[in-house]
Design a protein around this ligand. Structure first.
Ligand code: GDP
Ligand code: IMO
Ligand code: MG
Length: 425
């Protein structure tokens, strides 16, 4: 495996990044989360046992692997502690394996209140956020008024700054959104009062990553969300508040672009999206129902139903471009088993013109009509297959067509949720 590999979502999230990271970690020395927060939900299934992670890297179940939450991740301290406890209850030695950057911004209860108040105020135009305070926490980081984990080491300074920030948040909550204020007491209970449990995990993650890199160790960078939810390159404003593309690794972990050797785009064999915003290939018919039911397309942490549709080559072209994808990992191939015909969107039609990639404007994207190419489906079962030669010819053909359209090789293929249900190509 390459020394420094980014594994990211190339669609609208939930592509199966958690499973892929867990699989690849067998050959890795370290796994790093570098953006997003607990809006993520990454699922690992090992010998029938499911583990859902939202903040801790998906390499955590492997012994002797160092896991890092780098500076680009926004942290809810109670959520992180809960996740640590959940893993400790499964006898995972989390505190030995996990280190967290002292520079991570802290999500406060008032960020959550603001996120939810804004969504409510947007009414029908709501983004469909996870309501976890992610956007407001990133806003405060950029506005240079946020608190970081390192601030917990100076309680007086923390209290002064947090008091000012809460005052500002409560002004917006009360005067603008006309909802309840958040108390300083609650805020302290969810931050400074928990400091003793968090401080031992803090370190200079960037420095440690460079030590590992210089020692020739193998590092995996685990993204959250997906490329089309990127704040700059996604379907704005129906996006998350961080950069989700490969370039985010450099800012979010302090490992520069020339140290990256490979970028793997994890991609479902079809498309899903949760929350609002354009999705040209969405299906509200029997096939959409097949994908949703067979694919169990409900949010890992939120339980929300995901919108489902055909594979979107045009959207993926953007993903190949902005991430410099060196390889694709196609997941959930097994969900397509049993379909007579499989379609993929190879471009869009907008006002009589053909587009090869999504338009910048989401409003225009809403009006794009997919141009479909059709390939034969297969009746055989691909679930659990681990060898390329065992796949039905029609499934091989479908994958070859995708790789050809995207001019990117498929190097991994997932045929089930379990760790070992994987084909290496
Ligand atoms: P992530 O956010 O990208 O890590 O993806 P999620 O964990 O939110 O959603 C992916 C879901 O699909 C999880 O329930 C996985 O267990 C499941 N999954 C992953 N790969 C496969 C696969 O190849 N086949 C099937 N049937 N399920 C899969
Ligand atoms: P993983 O890592 C799918 C979506 C939300 C919403 C938008 C903004 O599991 O793939 P936010 O709470 O981030 O401000 O919400 O982004 N979203 C995700 N969709 N998978 C995710 O993470 C997501 N994280 C956020 O549904 O549309
Ligand atoms: Mg998910």
């Amino acid at each position: 495996m390459n020394k420094c590999t980014i594994v990211l979502g190339s669609q609208w999230g939930d592509e199966g990044k958690g499973k892929v990271i867990d699989y690849l970690t067998e050959k890795a020395d370290a796994v790093v989360r570098y953006q997003g927060g607990h809006n993520a939900g990454h699922t690992l299934v090992i010998d029938g046992e499911t583990t859902a992670l939202s903040l801790i890297p998906s390499g955590i179940l492997r012994e002797d692997v160092e896991c890092f939450i780098a500076n680009g991740v926004v942290i809810s301290i109670p959520v992180l502690l809960k996740e640590i406890k959940m893993l400790e209850d499964k006898s995972v030695a989390v505190r030995d394996r996990l280190r967290v950057s002292a520079a991570c911004p802290i999500i406060l209860p008032s960020h959550i209140a603001l996120d939810q108040a804004r969504e409510k105020a947007l009414g029908k135009a709501a983004i469909g956020t996870t309501g976890r305070g992610i956007g407001p926490a990133y806003e405060d980081k950029i506005a240079r008024r946020g608190l970081r984990l390192i601030d917990l080491t100076r309680p007086e300074h923390f209290k002064t700054r947090v008091t000012k920030l809460i005052e500002y948040h409560n002004f917006m909550l009360g005067k603008f959104y006309k909802v309840d204020a958040v108390s300083l007491e609650t805020t302290m209970a969810e931050t400074q009062d928990l400091a003793d449990q968090i401080l031992p995990l803090l370190c200079d993650v960037t420095q440690r990553l460079h030590e590992l890199r210089e020692a020739g160790k193998t590092i995996l960078f685990e993204a959250a969300q997906g490329t089309l939810l990127d704040i700059d390159h996604g379907t704005y404003p129906f996006v998350t508040s961080s950069n989700t593309i490969a370039g985010a690794v450099t800012a979010g972990s302090g490992v520069g672009p020339c140290y990256i050797d490979a970028v793997v785009g994890v991609t479902k064999a079809y498309t899903t999206r949760v929350g609002g915003g354009p999705m040209p290939t969405q299906l509200d018919d029997a096939v959409g129902k097949h994908l949703a039911e067979k694919g169990k397309e409900f949010g890992t942490v939120t339980g929300r139903p995901r919108r489902c549709g055909w594979f979107d080559v045009a959207a993926m072209r953007r993903s190949v471009q902005v991430n410099s994808l060196t390889a694709l990992c196609i997941t959930k191939l097994d969900i397509l088993d049993g379909l007579d015909e499989i379609k993929m969107c190879i471009g869009y039609e907008l006002n009589g013109k053909r587009l090869e990639v999504p338009p910048i404007d989401s409003e225009q994207y809403e009006h794009c009509k997919p141009i479909y190419e059709s390939v034969p489906g297969w009746k055989d079962i691909t679930y659990g297959i681990t060898q390329w030669d065992d796949l039905p010819a029609a499934a091989q053909h479908y994958l070859e067509v995708i790789a050809k359209h995207l001019k990117t090789p498929i190097t991994l293929l997932s045929t089930g949720p379990e760790r070992q249900q994987m084909v290496e190509l």
